[in-house]
Ligand binder design. Structure first.
Ligand code: TYD
Length: 137
């Protein structure tokens, strides 16, 4: 897996003068089934979140309100994304180290995940993540 397999996904948007609407269907707009949804909110603007990788988890990360930055790192290359549109999600494959920062005031980070929360799916130590990436190459 590399950051080239991660991508911004443009979601359907139904424009309406009463307010816009977007939706996501599993295995249609995103390439996985959704087992879990979680969200980050009330994030201080100077806080860093993430700083971990996953062994098998696939995710779609959305900014449903406000903005924040995500840096993806596959152990070789890095790419930074600004998420600031509720109709745009960042698809992240397994084996990607991610760091989230520069949350705007009131930003809400909404995450769709392919599996339940499992602590043993995390790499929380960057050196261990790098060692695992090299082992797979
Ligand atoms: P974590 O994934 O480390 O958050 P971040 O990387 O954004 O800083 O999760 C923070 C804490 O919340 C950690 O103790 C695990 C717990 N948690 C759950 O219990 N269930 C979940 O679905 C998630 C995402 C986290």
């Amino acid at each position: 897996m590399s950051i080239k397999d991660c991508k911004l996904i443009e979601l359907p948007k139904i424009p309406d003068t009463r307010g816009n609407l977007s939706f996501i269907e599993e295995n249609k707009h995103i390439p996985f089934s959704i087992k879990r949804v979680y969200y980050l909110y009330d994030v201080p603007t100077d806080a860093d979140r993430g700083a971990h990788g996953h062994k098998t988890l696939e995710q779609l990360i959305l900014s449903v309100s406000g903005s924040f930055e995500i840096t993806l790192n596959d152990g070789v290359n890095k790419q930074k994304y600004l998420l600031n549109k509720p109709y745009q999600g960042l698809y992240i494959t397994p084996m990607i180290w991610r760091e989230l920062r520069n949350f705007s005031s009131g930003a809400m980070c909404f995450v769709l995940a392919s599996d339940f929360y499992k602590e043993d799916d995390y790499y929380r130590d960057y050196q261990k993540f790098l060692a695992a990436v090299r082992k797979k190459q």
